[in-house]
Design a protein around this ligand. Sequence first.
Ligand code: FES
Ligand SMILES: [Fe+2]
Length: 350
Amino acid sequence: MNYARNAWYVGAWSHQVEAGTPFAMKILNERIVIYRQANGTPAALEDRCVHRMAPLSLGRCEGDRLRCMYHGLLFEPDGRVAQIPGQEIVPPKARVRAYPLVERHSWIWIWMGDQALADPELIPAAIGLDHPDYILGHGHLDYAAEARLINDNLCDFSHLTYVHAKSFQTGPDHAESLPRITPLKRGIRFERWVRNVAARPGRSKQDTAPTDNFGGYDFLLPGVLLMWSGSFPVGTADFYKDGAPDYTKAIEGVTFTSQAVTPMTDRASRYFFSWGPHRDHGDEVMRDGLMQLAGMAFEEDKIMIEAQQRVIDETPGAQIMPIAHDKGVTLFNRLVEHMVRSEGTATATT
Ligand code: FES
Ligand SMILES: [Fe+2]
């Protein structure tokens, strides 16, 4: 698996990890159990007991600790064994790996790499479900495909014209024009204006006036998309010279979506997503409509990507042929490769 390790991966929605119930997850082929300590703070441990390898996710939460329910070893949140029934001495090597974890933006983020580098500042600035300015719906979807293919998909929106012809009814513009792409330290920025878009029936505020529509997103390591869109008076695209606008100047339609791709195994990924309007531009009804649309659209992606994975697996050695729209894909994959290489070097020298 070729993924950066020194990054925060989304392990779960906060609400998926309930008090008293250990939650099993796999990230980068590693079994992880997430559970809540007595005060609600989550902890993440290797999901494999040091005794005879039973999963700790079948265990029992006891205050801040987690007990393996096979033969009763009790684990501290830092992975040390606190107690072994039937013996006085706990050997110092009796411990499982504990993963750095931060609960933020309604997600539980897990650091998969060097613990000394686990800096919470590197957590992408998503918007949580409890944010006062946004009305967000949410969900997750499991793919029988490697995460890289989903990352590739999210770094090239030209597919909207084809894959999402039914759901989003995207016109030819996404395929015919290229977004502005800017490399960031830990990701890629995509910006796209569509000028002078005719008013649609059912538009909420400025009724008949055409608009300049903006959609922009950052796609950040290890695979997190943060996207805003909105409609602005005609001329705004020129005013901002095709760059990102001030969202408070939008006439209508400001929405936010965050999406996170977590590689579970070589052929399994979990795709977490939220989407909804800014409070000034929509309500719960609009959010539910967007979620329904997202449900359709994400299913369209899943069908295509899982089928693509099957073709890839059946034809080892076949080469891809990049096109103009692959620029973002290529840049992001290079960034990942660079991280993987530098992490390998760091491991070798320590
Ligand atoms: S396998 Fe966990 S206590 Fe025996
Ligand atoms: Fe898509």
